[in-house]
Design a protein around this ligand. Structure first.
Ligand code: FDP
Length: 336
């Protein structure tokens, strides 16, 4: 017998509208199927490449495709869901014209981790839909992150968990395999404002802007440099796992602007990764920017838009933004 007793269903009954509760329950049910497939691993024939490329030009893993299909089919059958957009699909999928919600998702973030038996997860964002009776189109999705009514992620790690925000803090649930239900383990997740831990892919150093190079040099110099204290790197290389670590024990995560691929300002996608994670991080007391402006204030121009991401401990995020401000960096990475 443990101390936890509130299920996701009970939590949603108390805190969410019927429509939201229904959409989140649909997502949770699909996540349980994905979690079971991951448990079976190679035995379920889910390892390896699917042999296609997604809209982002990345090789799709078999489980990327299976997870995408599971979520898409479940959500398009939900009566409250007017449309769905997936990181894996070129175009949005209209669903039920009378629905009041739009759902975006990254079916399996960090999918290069599947074959090495490391953490992956499903990230989702829920936006309002206002054109009832009409078929949803891509323009309906192009809303700033501040419009999100819920967001979160299911993380498939040593255990399966759900981090959820409905805009009034962040709740953390753990999946109980014996009851097959998500159970509330923390109803007020908070992030420390300061940290000595950071996450970045340092192999991209030569492509970063000077303020990011200067910032990381300061951290590496530790107590011999401008920061006067030692810092530690933690990098799982799956955003979902790096963000989850920050929610649990603090830190700052960066996938900054880089010049590695011409025309791509950052690696992460605004609508499937940056916005939902920003909502979760802000609701836990952290901050999230593209190093110049708040991510949730960005009005998307395209559903597959990419953005630089700097999120986590407030003091650190503000420090990085101040370095960019001092260097006169604009939102597109140019200098003022
Ligand atoms: P992945 O390509 O494995 O799906 O956006 C996807 C992502 O993982 C993030 O989860 C992760 O932070 C990042 O890419 C890692 O990319 P690099 O290894 O290219 O730095």
């Amino acid at each position: 017998m443990n101390a936890y007793s509130t299920t996701l269903a009970q939590y949603l009954e108390q805190h969410a509208t019927d429509a939201l509760a229904s959409a989140i329950t649909t997502l949770a049910t699909a996540s349980i199927s994905i979690s079971h497939l991951l448990d079976k691993g190679a035995l379920a024939g889910i390892h390896g490449e699917a042999g296609n490329q997604n809209v982002q030009g990345e090789a799709q893993k078999k489980l990327d495709v299976i997870s995408n299909d599971l979520l898409l089919s479940a959500l398009t059958h939900n009566p409250h869901c007017a449309g769905v957009a997936s990181e894996e699909l070129d175009e949005i999928s209209p669903a039920n014209n009378d629905g009041t919600l739009l759902v975006t998702f990254d079916p399996l973030d960090g999918s290069s981790n599947i074959d090495i038996n490391m953490t992956v997860g499903t990230i989702f964002s829920i936006l309002p839909y206002h054109r009832q009776g009409q078929k949803a189109c891509e323009d309906d999705f192009l809303q700033a992150g501040v419009n999100q009514v819920a967001a979160g992620y299911f993380i498939y790690g040593t255990s399966t968990m759900l981090a959820l925000t409905l805009g009034r803090g962040v709740a953390m649930f753990s999946f109980d395999p014996s009851s097959q239900a998500y159970v509330l383990i923390n109803d007020k997740v908070t992030i420390n404002h300061s940290t000595q831990e950071y996450a970045i892919n340092a192999s991209n150093r030569r492509y970063w802007l000077p303020p990011v190079q200067e910032y990381i040099d300061g951290l590496v110099a530790g107590d011999t440099g401008v920061r006067g204290k030692d810092f530690n790197t933690r990098w799982v290389a799956a955003m979902i796992a790096d963000v989850h670590r920050i929610l649990i024990r603090g830190g700052v995560f960066m996938y900054p602007y880089d010049t590695k691929i011409a025309g791509k300002a950052g690696k992460l996608r605004l609508m499937y990764e940056a916005n939902p994670m920003s909502f979760v991080i802000e609701q836990a007391g952290g901050a999230s920017t593209d190093a110049v402006q708040r991510i949730m204030d960005i009005t998307p121009t395209h559903i597959h838009q990419r953005v630089p991401v700097v999120l986590g401990a407030k003091e650190e995020v503000e420090y990085i933004k101040a370095l960019h401000d001092k260097a006169g960096i604009l939102a597109n990475g140019d200098k003022a």
